[in-house]
Ligand binder design. Structure first.
Ligand code: FDA
Ligand code: PGT
Length: 451
């Protein structure tokens, strides 16, 4: 079978569903496919916490009814010795991800987007330097379909299963280094007792129990919890299950594993976004484009941002009738402005945090070397401000650990440099390689200073 579409979206997770939602009703012929059956789309290992701001910023509906499991008022962050508790206030939602994702897809489908479940993109159609479509396999009808489209949106999550089959060397085939990802695992289960403050997410930083990541305890109502951990990839640590079984009691003594609802693990990218979301005839969004936040690993909000930016770039491309990298490039500028520049600076912060010892973190949190507000500011904007007065005071307070403070100063400087470099993101594809080499140099200089 052969078919022609304006846009083919591969993957119906948060990124793909958001792209479809924003493209619907604009007179384009859009097809979205997902390997999973309808009722499992959106069902992937996740902590399911999303900040309210993302829905507001993108004009998207709040989760409601069965899509919303708990309204969130803030995050409580615990030091490794549990002696310091920081409260970061901020509204958010603990969602039922399959229910919310399927809602977006249903709304898109009601507004004209065609959705095919149980259908997998097997390989790209690549001609004359352009992505022109994909060969699909529809398991519902046991048939192969050749779909040609002006633009293909790769939204396959951390599997990157479509773009990895494109000719290597195209900028959109960029790989993920193992160390630039966390391996994360979570279970959702009922609790033995009622949860005290279900409106707070809890994050436990502890390099012994979750090296290069953290444990989380995210309530889904009064007696259900999403609990799990992330550890840095590529470090040769024991398996994630070993950590889970060993430390579950420490962070979730009330979890009733006899009443387990779901479990599973996956990778979380923790780096700057892919160097370009766009190439000729293709846009990459979500985890596949490494859009997750490098410091907390949350990727649903930024997957939505990338989907929104992709949809805007596609609508513009149809207006001018050109689907080359040059025209689709506006997706990069949109994404970098809204989230990507912050990600780049947070990648440096992440590299610094992952090298700290539990003693450093206990000390840093207790003495407020960084304060709650600094952490929130860093996470919201990618800025780590160290004003002169504060610096002086902290150096006095921090005489015990001069090396930690000195490093922090370098981190703040390089975070700013990274943001500045992203502000100078090339305005067209011709200058991409030059810019990439400047980014790589910055990362290398930073690594050398940190070691
Ligand atoms: P996602 O993986 O959701 O979707 C990809 C879709 O593509 C899937 O439905 C898949 O079936 C489909 N697909 C893949 N290949 C295909 C092919 N060839 N053909 C057809 N379909 C194909 N984020 C957050 O905001 N808050 C949180 O609390 C957490 N917690 C968390 C915990 C854990 C354990 C992990 C592993 C991750 C998180 N994250 C998170 C990150 C978050 O889950 C992630 O960033 C987003 O769900 C990514 O959404 P995408 O749509 O990009 O990929
Ligand atoms: C340290 C390395 C970490 C690697 C991380 C990998 C972990 C993998 C596991 C994945 C679990 C995902 C859990 C997702 C949580 C979501 C949190 C969340 O929604 O955060 C909100 C929103 O942020 P946003 O970027 O989506 O939106 C910003 C804005 O609203 C929209 O414009 C923000 O909450 C926070 O920022 C809280 C900060 C939590 C940080 C946790 C980091 C741990 C390390 C801290 C150590 C500090 C010690 C310092 C001492 C010197």
């Amino acid at each position: 079978m052969k078919n022609n579409y304006d846009v083919l979206i591969i993957g119906g997770g948060f990124a793909g569903a958001t792209t479809a939602w924003h493209l619907a009703n604009h007179g384009l012929k859009v097809l979205l496919i997902d390997s999973k059956p309808w009722n499992r789309i959106g069902d992937k290992p996740c902590g399911d916490a999303v900040s309210k701001e993302h829905f507001d910023n993108l004009g998207m509906p709040y989760p409601e009814g069965e899509q919303l499991e708990q309204k969130i008022e803030g995050i409580k962050l615990y030091s490794p010795d549990m002696k310091t508790e920081w409260i970061v206030k901020g509204e958010g939602f603990e969602i039922n991800a399959p229910a919310y994702t399927q809602r977006l897809l249903k709304e898109a489908s009601n507004r004209g987007v065609e959705v095919l479940d149980m259908t997998t993109a097997m390989k790209p159609i690549f001609e004359d330097g352009f992505v022109k479509g994909a060969i699909l396999f529809d398991r519902r009808h046991n048939q192969q379909i050749e779909v040609r489209a002006k633009v293909v949106v790769e939204a396959t999550g951390y599997s990157m299963s479509f773009r990895s089959k494109l000719p290597q060397g195209l900028p959109v085939t960029e790989n993920l280094d193992d160390k630039d990802a966390d391996i994360a695992y979570r279970e959702v289960a009922y609790t033995k007792d009622d949860i005290d403050e279900p409106q707070y997410l809890k994050i436990f930083v502890n390099q012994k129990a979750s090296p290069g990541g953290y444990w989380w305890y995210f309530p889904k109502g009064k007696n259900k919890v999403n609990i799990g951990l992330g550890i840095q990839g590529g470090m040769g640590y024991p398996s994630i299950y070993t950590f889970y079984d060993k430390y579950l009691n420490e962070f979730g003594s009330d979890v009733d594993r006899n009443r387990l609802i779901v479990k599973g693990g996956a990778l979380v990218p923790t780096r700057r976004p892919i160097s370009t979301l766009a190439w000729n005839g293709i846009l990459v969004v979500g985890d596949s484009a490494f859009t997750a936040n490098p410091v907390h690993g949350g990727g649903k909000g930024s997957a939505m941002i990338s989907g929104y930016c992709a949809a805007k770039a596609i609508l513009n491309a149809f207006e001018v009738g050109d689907f080359s990298a040059k025209t689709l490039w506006s997706a990069n500028l949109c994404y970098i402005e809204r989230y990507g520049a912050k990600q780049a600076s947070l990648e440096l912060f992440r590299r610094f945090l992952q090298k700290l010892s539990d003693d450093d973190i206990n000390y840093g949190m207790r003495k407020k070397v960084i304060k709650e507000e600094d952490l929130l500011e860093a996470s919201a904007k990618g800025d780590l401000q160290l004003s002169v007065a504060e610096k002086a005071m902290r150096i006095i307070a921090g005489l015990g650990r001069p090396s930690l403070l000195l490093k922090l100063k370098v981190v703040a400087e390089y975070m700013k440099k990274a943001k500045d470099l992203y502000r100078e993101y090339p305005s067209d594809p011709n200058n991409l390689e030059q810019w990439k080499s400047e980014v790589n140099k910055l990362l290398l200089d930073f690594e050398n200073l940190m070691n």
